[in-house]
Design a protein around this ligand. Structure first.
Ligand SMILES: N[C@@H](CCC(=O)N[C@@H](CS)C(=O)NCC(=O)O)C(=O)O
Length: 116
């Protein structure tokens, strides 16, 4: 999630929390964690709490349209960034999506340069 906040140019604060580690049985949910299941990630933006990484990524892309990282929701090309779309799974938010967003932004920048 941090990579996306950086790409968007967002101002953010990271609040580390402890979590339960199901693989080892170690750790425990942090009462200070706003996530309803005490997992990570969770995002609080403008008083809204978001959980689930896919929901957070899509929310952030729409909240910072000026970054030009993804097609607008009404754009017919928007579907390509859906987690289930061809070529976007299984590591949607970790590998496929960052590469696709960078490509989209760079292509938009170069076409803007060419039309000037
Ligand atoms: N589907 C969730 C999964 C979140 C999740 O399971 N996160 C792990 C860390 S990678 C966690 O917080 N585990 C603690 C627990 O299961 O209580 C998402 O994508 O946000």
């Amino acid at each position: 999630m941090i990579w996306l906040l950086e790409e968007l140019g967002a101002t953010y604060e990271i609040r580390p929390v402890s979590i339960f580690r199901p693989m080892t049985g170690e750790g425990q949910g942090d009462p200070a964690n706003p996530h309803p299941d005490k997992r990570v990630p969770a995002l609080v933006h403008d008083g809204r709490l978001l959980a689930e990484s896919v929901a957070i990524v899509l929310y952030l892309l729409d909240a910072f349209p000026q970054a030009g990282l993804a097609p607008a929701p009404a754009d017919r090309r928007r579907g390509i960034i859906s987690p289930g779309s061809r070529g976007m799974s299984p590591n949607w938010s970790q590998s496929c999506l960052p590469a696709w967003l960078a490509n989209w932004r760079d292509r938009r920048r170069s076409s803007a340069t060419m039309t000037r």
